[in-house]
Design a protein around this ligand. Sequence first.
Ligand SMILES: [Zn+2]
Length: 161
Amino acid sequence: MHFTGGMRTSNFQIVPLATEIAEAARRAAATGAPDHAVITVDSPGGFPCRHCLCWAQPGERVILFPFAAVPPGHPYSETGPIFVHVEPCQRYSATREYPPDFRIGRVFRAYNANHDMIDAEVANGNEPEAVIEKLLENPETAFVHSRSVTRGCYTFAIERI
Ligand SMILES: [Zn+2]
């Protein structure tokens, strides 16, 4: 971690869900696709939107749908449930900063360029940035995924800059 003119910079960037995927989910939900459920949020810390990387707030509506965080064709291929807001939201843009809503409750999985999981670590009270930078110290690490430590759901990706 480097300190430059008071601004903390890091060797990684946050990769939120692509806007095209969020918009495709909104279109699918609007047509009543059975694998795109619309849910009205009833608790403040249970429905993370993968597009704006914020907790959806009670009363807001979210779409629950399956997302291939690790694409098909690999031993670790994996599709699992994620949420996005029903209403258009702004894609998380502070990609050089760790999303403040997810400082706790995340596990970080490191993958190599073949999409094989090669390491994983829970922050356990450490700063998530320190865990990410440690995983990226391994030259084999191509990218890192953040997931819920309890339910295992994909939250966002982290890439080297
Ligand atoms: Zn959102």
